[in-house]
Design a protein around this ligand. Structure first.
Ligand code: UD1
Length: 427
């Protein structure tokens, strides 16, 4: 298993190209299942989750080709299976995103239940509820979701447009229904829809494939279903990864550095950028992207995670790392996931002062961090440990970096290019 060996402390500076967003690329790849016509995507990030999604589609008979790194053409004209097997789904929860497209185009799908993960139970009941509202019959047997639409009766194997009101905001739930609704009979209205930029990017891709969608980015999305999607004319470039950008922005702030993040957009991260400024960092927007630097001291800033445009849960762990260096006590409230403070105990191993009480963490600083061996527990927690290691005295070994590789492209190379000392080592 790989680990990162980080030698600190350091100050990072320079310019970095932000990769395509993992969380936009995953539904984009799944979207290819909707059409007989090829779907071409640009700026796919080189991360493990995207490789898993491509493998999942290959297993279904999708021809996957790509001439250059980051580009792919997916041809789903000859599907041989509508099943997503446990072996792949268990490594990546977002595999559930194939359920909507398969059900919409073929009237059936068999998708393994994702199961639990380190950051909580994360059920898929809202996805199931939505597809039932659209006319699917769903049974859960032997760990698999069996979904089908009756071939007799009004739908004749096609989903029926419906009003789907989510009782809580769900990002992949919204995306799954959005995908499926493009091929449903009639109009689907998604209420209390997720407003994340990744949802907007997916809608833009689907529209380029011929779908009829309005309202993406608002609470209500309306989709007029079509019998088939006519196909796209030009490749769709996946939007820049705002979580990766936020992670490197935090790296600049924690090390007192100065980094320009090419492709990053402030409007994708309003609450995070506001918190960063309040903490004492300078953030400016230019044509190129976002520039983040810090000269003065770090101030404690409280954050509470919330659906977009609120503070993203995917930048909560990184904020905890940053706050270990602020002068005073800050409070971090996690409202989206029930078990997302696993990084706290590992940060404490480096010398951080963090107390967790239920959904709230209290961080006192500035703490003098010292290198140690720590273990990554999930994707964003891994990033928090690397950020803390950048300012810790001496060597930190961050183990189980495979979590990090799921969502960050070549982090050791990107950080090294900015002057950090980070090496991938066995461990
Ligand atoms: C997506 C992101 C993930 C991010 C999360 C919240 C992808 C691939 N992943 O995950 O990085 O952390 O949004 O911004 O885009 N819930 C249910 N039942 C459901 C679905 C969700 O109870 O059927 C709950 C979840 O347990 C959680 C909350 O709803 O408490 C929000 O989860 P959701 O937005 O669905 O997260 P994901 O889409 O899985």
């Amino acid at each position: 298993m790989d680990a990162f060996l980080v030698s600190g402390p350091c100050r990072i500076s320079g310019e970095l190209a932000v990769s395509g967003a993992k969380n936009a690329a995953l539904p984009a790849v799944a979207a290819a299942l909707l059409s007989e016509r090829p779907v071409s995507l640009d700026r796919l990030p080189a991360v493990a989750d995207i490789r898993t999604m491509k493998k999942l589609l290959s297993g279904m008979g999708v021809a996957v080709s790509g001439e250059a790194p980051g580009t792919v053409t997916l041809d789903a004209s000859r599907i041989v299976s509508t099943e997503a097997p446990y072996d792949l789904v268990r490594t990546m929860r977002a595999s559930i995103l194939v359920l909507g497209p398969l059900l919409a185009r073929f009237g059936e799908a068999r998708v393994s239940l994702p199961g639990g993960c380190a950051i909580g139970v994360r059920p898929v009941d809202l996805h199931i509820m939505a597809f039932e509202a659209m006319g699917a019959r769903i049974a859960v047997e032997k760990g698999y979701i069996h979904a089908h639409v009756s071939r007799v009766g009004p739908g004749r194997g096609r989903l029926t447009g419906a009003t789907v009101r989510f009782p809580m905001v769900t990002v992949t739930g919204t995306e799954n229904v959005l995908l499926a609704a493009t091929l449903a009979r009639g109009v689907t209205t998604i209420e209390n829809a997720a407003r994340e930029p990744e949802v907007v990017d997916l809608a833009a891709l689907l529209v380029s494939m011929g779908a009829r969608i309005t309202g993406a980015g608002t609470e209500t999305i309306v989709v007029e279903g079509l019998e088939s999607l006519p196909g796209m004319e030009a490749p769709h470039a996946v939007l820049a990864d705002r979580i990766e950008a936020g992670t490197y922005a935090t790296a600049a702030a924690i090390t007192g550095g100065d980094v320009t993040l090419r492709g990053a957009r402030e409007e994708d991260l309003p609450a995070f950028v506001a918190a960063l400024r309040a903490a004492g960092a300078e953030v400016s927007t230019s044509e190129a992207g976002l520039r983040v630097s810090r000269d003065g001291p770090l101030c404690p800033v409280d954050v509470e995670t919330a659906p977009h445009p609120g503070y993203p849960t995917d930048l909560q762990a990184q904020w905890m790392a940053l706050m270990t260096q602020a002068s005073g006590t800050s409070r971090i409230v996690e409202t989206i996931f029930e078990n997302r403070f696993l990084h706290a105990a590992e940060l404490v191993r480096l010398g951080a002062q963090v107390r967790v009480d239920g959904h709230t963490a209290f961080v006192s600083g500035p703490a003098r961090l010292e290198g140690a061996t720590v273990t990554a527990s999930d994707l964003r927690a891994s990033a928090a440990l690397v950020l803390a290691a950048l300012v810790a005295e001496g060597e930190t070994l961050v183990r189980r970096i495979y979590h990090l590789d799921r969502g960050y492209a070549a982090m050791e190379e990107k950080l090294s290019s900015l002057g950090a000392r980070v090496a991938r080592v066995p461990g």
